[in-house]
Design a binder for this molecule. Structure first.
Ligand code: ADP
Ligand code: MG
Length: 302
């Protein structure tokens, strides 16, 4: 007996390294008219490297101590930026101190108590809002200047504060996945489903990745719920949006999209649970491939 077309398409997708959760999802994939990619861990490899350690002048801290403090506070976090900061500290054989009262906020960053001081690390554009609470204008100006300099170079920048006072900034860079550019080209032309970029990272780093991949529509500095707003806007405009993401912060947008695919190898458990399909082979070129399988199966069904 021959298998129904959608089921054999699921089997085929599995051979490509994409686990499609149902026949309904397999059929939906072919209807895709637009694609949205998350940046970190999706278009990029998700293994950023620490490239710059910059204590602020007058903050009374050196590079080693800034990194040791940041790594101690980031140790409980699973975010790729946190893993890079901790790895850099271990490479330098720095001793990490215990982090107490650790909390993380998707799109913002983390907070933890180290040696009785409250350490905050995260998105500088969100943390710079704290300035309103303090009187130390000069230190904040130095922090803003350091952030601007590193972002100008296309780095992802995180700001480190203790007790609401800026101590320094860290710069991180992440490599593009090798298939990113050809996948964007295939989606744009062959699949007629042009991709956009939705990211929580800064506008300069986002613009650089967009230029390197050939994506023309970019939305940066987004909180998880703002990613959802962009997904909904596409639906309102009559599109069938396929969203590809990897982190906990992508789970709400994956749920709102017409179809959601999680990058499984690096992806957070919640993302994998929320998604309609999971890429387990770490290869973006499987995305146009499964859309093609779905369209082929749909032609056989009707
Ligand atoms: P993306 O959408 O590109 O995957 P995220 O939403 O994961 O990015 O992160 C957005 C921003 O939030 C990061 O660029 C960083 O500034 C901040 N951030 C999130 N988690 C952390 C963390 N654990 N440590 C430092 N910064 C963080
Ligand atoms: Mg991500």
């Amino acid at each position: 007996a021959t298998m129904p077309p959608l089921l054999s398409a699921i089997a085929n997708a599995g051979r490509h390294g994409v686990l499609v959760k149902s026949a309904v999802v397999m059929e939906q994939l072919g209807a895709t008219t637009r694609v949205a990619f998350d940046k970190t861990g999706t278009l990029t490899e998700g293994r950023p490297q620490l490239s710059t350690i910059r204590p602020l002048s007058g903050a009374g801290i050196d590079e080693q101590e800034l990194l040791a403090l940041a790594a101690s506070a980031e140790d409980p976090s699973e975010h790729p930026l946190a893993r890079a900061i901790v790895a850099a500290a271990r490479d330098r054989h720095l001793t990490l101190r215990p982090a107490l009262l650790f909390t993380s906020a998707p799109g913002f960053g983390i907070t933890a108590d180290i040696d009785g001081r409250t350490v905050q690390i995260g998105n500088p554009h969100r943390l710079l809002d704290i300035e309103a609470l303090t009187t130390d204008r000069q230190t904040w100006q130095r922090a803003r200047d350091a952030v601007a300099t590193l972002e100008h170079d296309g780095e992802t920048v995180v700001l480190v504060l203790t007790d609401n006072r800026p101590l320094g900034v860290l710069g991180l860079t992440d490599r593009l996945r090798p298939q990113a550019r050809s996948t964007v080209a295939a989606l744009t032309t062959r699949m007629a489903a042009p991709p956009m970029l939705l990211t929580g990272d800064n506008a300069t780093a986002a613009a650089r990745i967009a230029a390197e991949t050939g994506i023309s529509e970019v939305h940066a500095e987004l909180l998880p719920e703002q990613k959802v707003d962009h997904v909904r806007a596409q639906t309102t405009a009559g599109h069938r949006l396929l969203l590809i993401g990897d982190g906990v912060n992508d789970a709400p947008a994956l749920a709102a999209a017409h179809t959601g695919i999680a990058m499984g190898r690096s992806g957070a458990d919640l993302t994998v649970a929320t998604a309609d399909a999971v890429i387990v082979r770490d290869d973006l070129s499987t995305i146009p491939a499964v859309i093609g399988l779905s369209r082929h199966a749909r032609r056989l069904v009707t």
